[in-house]
Design a protein around this ligand. Sequence first.
Ligand SMILES: [Zn+2]
Length: 449
Amino acid sequence: MSPSSPSPSSDPIEGSRGGPIEGSRERTRSCATGLVCHRCDRHYPLTDTVFACPDCGKGLDIVYDYELAARHFREIPSSERPQNIWHFEELLPIVDASAQARVGRYSGYTPLIHADRLGAELGLSNLYLKDDSTSRPSLSYKDRVVAMSVARLLELGREEIGCVSTGNVGTAVASLAAKAGVDAYVFYPNRLEDTKARACAALGAKVCQVEGNYDEVNRRCREVAVATGMEFANITLRPFYAEGAKTAAFEIVEQLDWQSPDHIVTAAAGGTLSSRLHKGLGELQLLGLAETDPTRIHIAQPSGCNPIATAIIAEEAEVHPVTPETAAHSLAIGAPGDGYLVIDAVRKRGGTGGFASDPEIFAGIDLLASTEGLLTEPAGGTTVAVLEKLAREGKFAPDDTIVAIITGNGLKTLDDHPPKPWPDKIDCELDAMLAALEGIGRRPSPVVA
Ligand SMILES: [Zn+2]
């Protein structure tokens, strides 16, 4: 196969609409070769719209020509690649350059922050935060995965996209669909973060609030997809959606100058992020870009919804579904679709699972805020709380390189955080303001001689 035609297939891209954007290539450098069942290894062409294996019902994965990808990587230096989710396009599943050019050009490449002050609290000198709370356009890691879904939608020539969301998928779909010029429909289980549902509507998406928890609404949305023919970002487009999560692993390793961290700590809900971090790390090693095998992945869940962490600790291969009861709404998935993949990833990498109660989660939010100046949502608070527990349990050496992924932004969930003490309004007078400072606990300043 010639290096100038990275796609394994010379077939036209089925259903593609519109010509390539000026200056772009017709095809991306994607080295994706097809779809494969996670369990029974049955293969499907990349153009197929199947999203679950007809034989065994399990999800499908994307497979790549890694030899070709390794050659392509050497051809274009990192400095000449776009600073967005398409930086590693060889290992992403979108082959239509015009679809790719319309989505996610400002997504990804979030900062990797040396958390010196939080690290000092926890006795860790090389602690880093992958700050996806500042991801564009919708302030959560979901921009990475939804961008893949929307690009795939455009590749298929479709003009409407649905999703079921615990919160952040909805806002990412609303944002990225608007920019791509397609209609968005968001199904929101009741009792989740209201602000996020309102944000979807403010971004122009049509929002349906549904009685029932995430898992119930998710099951019903599969039926809606079949009945309407509508593509769903995280259901019918799931094999493509999931690949977007690998970009976080690629970026972390590159930002550490191609040194894979000793540990990654991340929250888990459906299990997409943690399982695809594992896949992404493995691909970097396959391509000879970094030694990633030693990196351990630890997952964090709320005590009120911890089916994956429980299975990991009990050394079971499958997840037993639970009914979520947690303030970390974006992690409230009781029947995680990719749970078995997470268990496999954590086991192979020698990591662990941990969980945190709601008060511990909000204490984690406060700790991150007061040390690093980052306001995260309860999912990020869960990660910080479990990171703290693992550090206290001695799971890390003091100079290990540890990356905690902060997946979402606290400005989106502030209405759900416990209220802080809030003094009465005072007069705009010096004496009143000095008294107020004392009242709210200002530390005495050193006496100037
Ligand atoms: Zn199968």
